[in-house]
Design a protein around this ligand. Structure first.
Ligand SMILES: [Zn+2]
Length: 321
């Protein structure tokens, strides 16, 4: 693992940041801290792989160049020299992937990237490279169905009375759209700009959200002007804006409770696309590694999590870099 946040696995593969002299670049998912140096990789690597959804999401977020990415299915093996590389689902955001490299002797290295349990398959491995966003023992969330219930209740109780604005990261927002529809919320859904375009990419790949209206379209303006309630989905970066109605902030940094009232018109809902501490530990335990390397280059608790693995599981673990 390098200071430039590249995860090097096997002899040929770099994940989530560019690294000179690596012929294969993997983009595990479309979040900005995993597409580092992508232009360089597109220029210099022999091939850049991502899942089809990630590739399509990148063409919205990243623009020109994404068409040069090679789409790879989950569990489709690729030979790289005498190593085999394969992607597995990560259940983090649409298209997200874990990466496994196995050498000619059958030695396996698995990089989880960002992932969420329950959902992601746990892959058995010799060396495990794992994220640690919520790697501190205090980072515990209620079961996700309880969080979904609380969110659905907040929305259904209020959507007839006034507009609801939901803020979250790309991918998490689309998950919530689907959850609310599945749980019977029929109010119009609005999104705009990249959030709308990304939603359309996910719809193309089977996201079940019914109608989502482009807020900038004529129909969108009608919905915004009308008296009926609606749910407007926006990126987290807009959380500070002034709006009429109720704000709901989807955040992983709220622990132990499903949701919390912040002010008269704002709630935080404890929804994350990452595993909480217990699920991180469960992954390490079930994948049975001889050694764990914790990603300490991205946000989170790398050093603390490596310590907890050694203490609780008695497995060799270090945080890098
Ligand atoms: Zn991510």
């Amino acid at each position: 693992m390098t200071k430039s946040k590249a995860i090097l696995i096997g002899e040929h593969v770099t994940c989530d940041a560019h690294e000179d002299n690596r012929e294969i670049r993997i983009v595990t998912h479309a979040h900005y801290d995993h597409i580092l140096g992508l232009r360089e990789s597109l220029r210099e690597c022999r091939v850049v792989y991502a899942t089809t959804i990630t590739k399509d999401m990148l063409s919205v977020l990243y623009g020109k160049g994404a068409e040069k990415i090679s789409a790879l299915n989950y569990e489709e093996p690729v030979m790289v020299g005498d190593e085999v590389m394969m992607l597995y689902p990560a259940s983090h955001i649409p298209g997200s992937a874990q990466v496994l490299v196995e050498d000619a002797n059958g030695s396996r290295v698995l990089y989880t990237s960002d992932f969420r349990l329950p959902g992601a398959p746990v892959i058995e491995t010799d060396i495990l490279v794992i994220e640690a966003t919520y790697g501190h023992p205090r980072c515990i969330r209620p079961p996700i169905d309880e969080v979904y219930d609380a969110l659905t209740k907040l929305v259904s109780n209020d959507v007839e009375k006034h507009p609801i604005h939901i803020y979250g990261f790309y991918g998490k927002v689309q998950e919530v759209m689907e959850v609310l529809r599945r749980r019977g919320v029929h109010a119009p859904f609005l999104a705009e700009g990249k959030m709308y375009e990304l939603t359309m990419v996910c719809v193309k790949h089977n996201l079940k959200v019914g109608d989502v209206v482009n807020a900038a379209s004529r129909e969108g303006l009608e919905v915004l002007k009308g008296n009926g309630g609606y749910v407007f989905f926006k990126h987290t970066s807009k959380i500070g804006e002034n709006i009429k109605g109720l704000k709901i902030h989807l955040t992983g940094w709220e622990f132990n409770v499903t949701h919390r009232k912040i002010s008269n018109n704002m709630y935080r809902v404890s929804l994350s696309s990452h595993s909480d501490f217990n699920h991180l530990i469960a992954y390490v335990e079930d994948s049975g590694p001889k050694k764990v390397i914790v990603d300490n280059s991205r946000d989170g608790f790398g050093v603390e999590f490596a310590h907890e693995i050694r203490k609780r599981l008695n497995v060799e673990a270090i945080a890098m870099p």
